[in-house]
Design a protein around this ligand. Structure first.
Ligand SMILES: [Zn+2]
Length: 269
C-alpha cells in the first residue's frame, strides 16, 4: 500500500498505513530577544518509514560489503581451479575425510574461530590438497560476505619489494577477518624475507585476528628447527594455529595410479 500522510483530528499529519503521527510539535525560540517560543511542526518517522529506512541502510551496507568482498577476491591469489573451490566440489576420499570435516567445521564455526583468534596450519606433502582446502574456506566465507584474503608470502614479498603496494594492499590484507597464506616455507630465506614473514604473522597475532597457513614443511622441520629466525615464526604459528596433518597420495600420484589400473585392465584383462 502506498504510504500517504493525512491530517488527523489532532492537527498533525498521520501515516495512512500505521496511523502513527508523522509530525510532532517542537517549541522554537522566537529569536527576538525575548524568552518566548513558537510551536512548529517537524517531521518524525512513523514505524513504516523507520522500517523502510532500516531496509535501505541494510541494503547499502550489504552493497558496501559486496564491494569490499569483490575487491578482496581480486586481491587474492587464486588460479581458476582455486577460485572455483567450494565445499560442494570438495570430493571426499578416504584420505581427506578428516580434512573435509575440519574445513566444514571451520567455516560453520567461523564467528567463534574469529572471536578466539583461532587459525589453522595445514601441513603435509606437496599435492595433497592443502591449498584447495584453504581455498574452499576462503571462497565459502567470501560467499557469506566475510572478508578473507588468500595470498602467499612469495606474492607479498614481490609486491612489497617492487613498491607495487600503491593501493595499500598489505593494509587491506591485514584488515580482513581471515588471512590465508599459502605455501609457507617457499619464500626465500633472506633476513629481509623472514622479517617480513614474521611481521605479517605477528601483526595478525597482535590484532587478534586469525590466520590460516599451508606448508609442505614437516612438523619435525618446524619443531626442531635450529635457525632462530625461523623459530620465532613457528612459535607464533603454533600459538595461533590448530595443526592439521594433510596426508594421502598426492593428486598426481593418485592420477598415475588410476591410469596404471585402467591400462592394466585394458592390457591384461
Ligand atoms: Zn506508517
Amino acid at each position: 500500500m502506498e504510504r500517504q500522510e493525512n491530517m488527523g483530528k489532532d492537527g498533525l499529519l498521520h501515516c495512512s498505513v500505521c496511523g502513527e503521527p508523522t509530525q510532532k510539535i517542537l517549541p522554537f525560540p522566537l529569536m527576538d530577544g525575548s524568552e518566548g517560543t513558537r510551536d512548529m511542526k517537524v517531521h518524525i518517522m512513523c514505524s513504516c518509514e523507520k522500517k523502510e529506512r532500516d531496509a535501505y541502510d541494510r541494503e547499502q551496507k550489504r552493497q558496501e560489503e559486496m564491494r569490499v568482498v569483490e575487491g578482496l577476491r581480486k586481491l587474492s591469489l587464486m588460479d581458476d581451479k582455486l577460485s572455483q573451490a567450494r565445499l560442494e566440489s570438495f570430493t571426499e576420499t578416504d584420505d581427506n575425510a578428516r580434512l573435509l570435516k575440519i574445513v566444514r567445521n571451520y567455516i560453520v564455526n567461523f564467528e567463534k574461530m574469529y572471536e578466539d583468534n583461532q587459525g589453522l596450519l595445514l601441513w603435509g606433502p606437496v599435492g595433497t590438497g592443502k591449498s584447495y582446502a584453504a581455498a574452499v574456506i576462503a571462497n565459502e566465507l567470501l560467499d557469506r560476505r566475510t572478508s578473507v584474503v588468500m595470498t602467499s608470502f612469495i606474492k607479498i614479498l614481490k609486491e612489497v619489494g617492487t613498491f607495487d603496494d600503491d593501493n595499500g594492499k598489505i593494509e587491506k590484507m591485514n584488515q580482513s577477518k581471515l588471512l590465508i597464506i599459502d605455501d609457507l616455507g617457499a619464500e626465500r630465506g633472506t633476513d629481509y624475507s623472514l622479517e617480513m614473514v614474521y611481521d605479517i604473522i605477528d601483526s595478525r597475532y597482535r590484532s587478534n585476528k586469525p590466520i590460516i597457513l599451508t606448508t609442505n614443511l614437516t612438523m619435525e622441520q618446524m619443531k626442531n628447527c635450529e635457525d632462530i629466525r625461523y623459530n620465532r615464526i613457528y612459535d607464533r604459528i603454533f600459538e595461533m594455529c590448530y595443526p592439521v596433518k594433510v596426508s594421502g597420495l598426492s593428486w598426481r600420484k593418485r592420477e598415475a595410479a588410476s591410469r596404471y589400473a585402467a591400462t592394466k585392465q585394458i592390457l591384461e584383462g
